[in-house]
Each structure stands twice: as C-alpha cells, then as structure tokens.
Design a binder for this molecule. Structure first.
Ligand code: FES
Ligand SMILES: [Fe+2]
Length: 372
C-alpha cells in the first residue's frame, strides 16, 4: 500500500486552499462519504475486554449498518452483520453470552462461526441447503485490544494503513493489554465530521485557544503533526510536568513523561498523556452537519480511577469546550454566502504553526472520494 502523495500546492502551483464549503454542507457529498470513506476504512467497534469468553458478544451500529462482534470457540474475535439470512430480522441486541446465535423471528440458529446450524422444519423444504447459508462476516482486527472493523472485504490490513503505529503505541502504553474502558464521554458537535477532524489535526489554533494544553502539557515549539501511512502522528516534548494535576513517575518507563497521539484516518485517535495515560477520540458523523465525539478513558481492568476522572473532567472543561466553540462557528461560516476558502498556512519545515497535516487529510479524502 503506497503512501498517497501529499501536495501542499494546488493544480496551478499556488498554495493549497481550504476545501469548498459544499464539501461540508451538501447532503449528497455526505452520503458518498459514508459509502466511499466510512464503509471502506477501519472503524472502531469496541474493546476486547467486553469479549472475554467464547460466546461473548456486543451489538453495535456503524453508520446505519447493524453489526455484532463475538468471540468464537477458537478464541478469535469475529464480526457479522446483525441480520438473519432468512427474512432479515435482527439477531442480537446489547451484549451478553450465547452458545449459538438464534434469531428471535423463526428461530434459525447459527454457530459462533456464522454457519447455519438449524432452521426449524426446513428438512421438508425441497432443495433447502443448510450448508450454503452463513451470516455475512465483516473484516475484523484487534489492534492493541481495540476491535476495528472494515466493511470492505478487500481493504488492506491495519498494519499497512498505519505502519508501525501499534508497536509504537504499545511502547508508549506498556500496560495496554491490561486496560479496559473506564468511561466514555460523548459530546455533540453541530458541525460536519471533517470540520472537527481537521480541527483535531492541526495545532496552529492551539496557542490562542487552548491555554491549558499549550502551557501545561506540551512544549509548543516542538509540536508537530506528520503523516505516516494514513496515520497523522502528533509528537511533542511535554513540559511543566511538575505542574501536572497528577503525579507522574518519570522513571517508570521510557515514555512515562511523554505526550503523543496517533490519528487513524478517518475518524479515530489514540492519545497518551504523561504517566502513560491512554485516552481516545472517536468521531461518528450523525448527519452532514452533526457529529458525536466520544472521548474514551482507559484504566487497568476499567476500574474507577481518580486521576482519570479528574483528567476527563478537566478535558471536557478545557480542550473539548474550547474546540466546540471553534468547530460550530466554522460550520456556520461554511454556510455563509461570503466565505471564499483561503490558502492553508504551510511551513516547509512543518511544526506547530503549519497546516501541512490538513493537506494530508485532503489528499486522503480526494483519493477515497475519487476511488469509485
Ligand atoms: S428472519 Fe430469522 S429466522 Fe426468520
Ligand atoms: Fe483544538
């Protein structure tokens, strides 16, 4: 899987400009994005801690498609469309454990491998071929304990989309296999998903909009966002660790004092705060002008953790609240008759005050949308 060329110039050789407003406001563009981007990229589905034993399952929805993940008898996590192959009833709701998947409508029963095991009275049906019937499976990968699915059967594996990212993340969070979600905080943002993802992906706005972040966690002069495969890698030296609101044992491991983030195109990010504190961003579009942002916080076994609770609260009151104002104003501006998209600010040496990362998002966007 070759890297997509990221150009910081437009076709005439001038500076690359922001996307036209209609890409953020047109319902038909949005419909195509769901098909061409969200159904063909790796999407967060859940955490393995919810699927400890064979038969454990979790149902979820992904942009209008009902799915469920389940641990099979061999211990593998599999995902299927949550639809019976008889006459389309849903199979499971919520979460739980099942030895088989039995449809509530006419009791067709499937194994954990998706194969039809029994269909009441079907033996009388001429030509009924039970062995030919199987639930429709979806590509599934477990990435450092996080379950991702891809509705495109031909998609390249995550290791090709995000080269080196899992090993790096594991180095920054050495205890990642012990972690489980401690809390999921959702925030509705009245903006197109790309507005909030772009906002996340550049720090040109950080100094004036995120005083706590810019003075309390990162060393702004060292902040950079660089594409690697389809990952936007945020790196920085962290600063003022003595002023952190929780104690950090800098000798605990190599990355104990570091802040870092891995944005996985198109709508998920792993973040690590000093002290190897793992948290995530998940963006789920609701419609062309609304997005739900889920902030996930992870602790050993998902236990209550004071530091995490305080961090999640502080995050809501600072970075999240500060960003909502920005992205919602942008969405309103995109509907303005007076908006003419401006040039991106690009520093060839990258760094904090550069929007080269937005150019990468545009390149991936164009590739996906032109890809048929
Ligand atoms: S729809 Fe599932 S058994 Fe009929
Ligand atoms: Fe921000």
């Amino acid at each position: 899987m070759a890297d997509v060329a990221v150009s910081v110039r437009d076709e005439a050789g001038g500076p690359l400009h922001a996307l036209a407003a209609r890409f953020y406001t047109d319902a038909e563009v949005y419909r195509q994005e769901i098909e061409r981007i969200f159904y063909r990229t790796w999407q967060y589905a859940g955490h393995v801690s919810a699927l400890a034993k064979p038969g454990d399952y979790v149902a979820f929805e992904l942009l209008g498609q009902r799915l469920f993940s389940i641990r099979d008898r061999e211990g593998q996590v599999r995902t299927f469309y949550n639809v019976c192959q008889h006459r389309a009833h849903g199979l499971v709701e919520g979460s739980g454990n099942r030895p088989f998947i039995t449809c509530p409508y006419h009791a067709w029963s499937y194994g954990l491998d998706g194969k039809l095991r029994a269909a009441p009275a079907s033996e009388k049906t001429p030509g009924f071929d039970k062995d030919a019937i199987c639930l429709t499976e979806v590509r599934t990968e477990v990435f450092a304990g996080f379950i991702f699915v891809n509705l495109d059967d031909d998609a390249a594996p995550m290791a090709e989309w995000f080269p080196g990212a899992e090993a790096e993340l594991r180095a920054f969070v050495p205890h990642i296999d012990e972690l489980a979600p401690a809390s999921w905080v959702s925030v509705n943002e009245a903006c197109n998903w790309k507005v909030t993802v772009e906002n996340y992906s550049e720090c040109y706005h950080c100094k004036i909009n995120h005083p706590t972040f810019a003075s309390g966690v990162i060393e702004p002069e060292t902040y950079n966002v660089a594409p690697k495969g389809y990952c936007l890698r945020h790196t920085t030296r962290s600063a003022n660790l003595d002023r952190m609101t929780y104690p950090v044992d800098l000798d605990a491991n190599e990355h104990a004092g570091d802040y870092s983030s891995w944005f996985l195109w198109p709508a998920f990010s792993f973040q690590v705060y000093p002290g190897n504190v793992l948290n995530t961003y998940l963006w789920r579009p609701d419609d062309v002008a609304n997005t739900t942002v889920w902030r996930g916080w992870f602790s050993a076994g998902g236990s209550d953790d004071d530091v995490l609770t305080r961090l999640a609260q502080q995050d809501l009151e600072t970075t999240v609240a500060e960003d909502i104002r920005l992205v919602e104003s942008v969405q309103q501006g995109l509907a303005s008759r007076g908006y003419r998209p401006g040039p991106l600010v690009i520093d060839p040496e990258q760094g904090l005050n550069s929007e080269h990362s937005i150019a990468a998002l545009y390149a991936w966007y164009r590739e996906a949308m032109q890809g048929g």
